[in-house]
Design a binder for this molecule. Structure first.
Ligand code: SAH
Length: 340
């Protein structure tokens, strides 16, 4: 069969409008060196995720060949890749049914096998039963969202690009952020903006959210700016390090849409029963609510002797890692070990 002549791609200009054109690293076949170039600039290449505190996690979990590792949040598989290279058997969970098969395939091209489970980590008992295991030797949970999720406008997690206000990590079920806002009472909305986002203007914001029900990420970001007395047309951050006023609101809505606090509570509840004697646990948190939950649980498990050792201060990324990966800024790592 004759190959059709390939038409050369049109140059999209210096300010391409489409996400796929703007991020050349999304097309490694056309731009093989682009991912490395972007990383060298301290940015995360679109469509990838840089694993946080990787060396610290490997040293805390120190999986041995033949042991079992449960990665509750596979994402791009940065941690899973390193864990699989130790020769341990890696079982991988993720609630994101779009990214999980991609990651499994990406790892396979590296000659690494993980056993993927598209499910919520709150249901690890079911995963262990399916794998015919009574417990695992190492468990990792890297909470929150992946860079792929954040960077893909169609998933609606961020306001950098406009997209539908969706925010579901599992796009196959549950309510989108728009549906969630529509279905939630104003007072409950205000409460979760305060509790999950520390939003100072929670009441005013909940009121406007109910009245206007924004349908896109830009509409929501604009609405937040207006409630904060800022003009969406002219707003610019004074300092690159400043947080956009909408960041807190996006975080709070994302947590609510995905029931993140309840899922973490359930993971922590079933954790001890999911571990083999001598097992090691590593949990990466990204905000104070998560930190508090993990620290308090680890403290209790240490006091009751379920854990032999636990690190309760929360290990932070060092200067070099933060320089290379600003997304590690809010990460805190909690590790623990069960008695042999
Ligand atoms: N450690 C990964 C990145 C993980 S990002 C890496 O190195 O690439 C966090 C991941 O957790 C996302 O892919 C998200 O979909 C997943 N996730 C969040 N909550 C979850 C839950 N309750 N159950 C399963 N996966 C979850």
């Amino acid at each position: 069969m004759q190959n059709k002549p390939q038409r050369r791609k049109r140059y999209p200009g210096t300010h391409p409008k489409r996400f796929d054109d703007k991020y050349k690293e999304l097309n490694p076949a056309d731009y093989p060196d682009e991912q490395e170039k972007v990383r060298a600039q301290g940015r995360t290449p679109a469509g990838t995720h840089v694993p946080i505190l990787l060396a610290e996690i490997l040293s805390a979990l120190h999986p041995q060949a033949g042991e079992t590792v449960l990665d509750c949040t596979v994402g791009y598989g940065g941690h899973a890749e390193a864990l699989a290279r130790t020769g341990a058997r890696v079982i991988g969970i993720d609630i994101d049914g779009v990214e999980l098969p991609r990651t499994t395939a990406r790892l396979a091209t590296l000659g690494l096998t993980i056993s993927p489970h598209h499910t919520n980590f709150a249901g690890i008992a079911g995963v262990l039963a399916a794998e015919q295991l009574s417990g695992v030797d190492c468990l990792l949970a890297d909470l929150g969202v992946s860079s792929m999720q954040l960077d893909q406008p169609s998933r609606g997690f961020a306001f950098k690009h406009d997209g539908p206000l969706d925010m579901r990590m599992d796009g196959t079920r549950g309510r989108t952020a728009v549906e969630f806002i529509h279905a939630t009472e104003e007072t409950a909305l205000a409460e979760l903006l305060r509790e999950y986002g520390d939003e100072p203007k929670a009441d005013a914001l909940a009121h406007v959210l109910k009245r206007e029900t924004p349908r896109t990420t830009h509409a929501l970001a604009g609405l937040v700016l207006r409630v904060h007395g800022l003009n969406p047309e002219t707003y610019r951050k004074e300092n690159a390090r400043d947080k956009h006023p909408a960041a807190r609101v996006f975080q709070a809505l994302r947590m609510a849409v995905n029931r993140e606090p309840a899922n973490l509570a359930e993971l922590l509840r079933v954790l001890p029963a999911s571990m083999n004697p001598g097992g090691r646990v590593a949990i990466l948190t990204f905000h104070s609510g998560e930190e508090r939950k993990v620290r308090d649980t680890f403290k209790d498990l240490l006091a009751s002797g379920v854990f032999a050792r636990a690190e309760l201060t929360g290990i932070r990324a060092g200067k070099d890692e933060l320089y290379d990966n600003p997304r590690a800024r809010s990460a805190r790592l909690f590790v623990a070990e069960l008695p042999a």
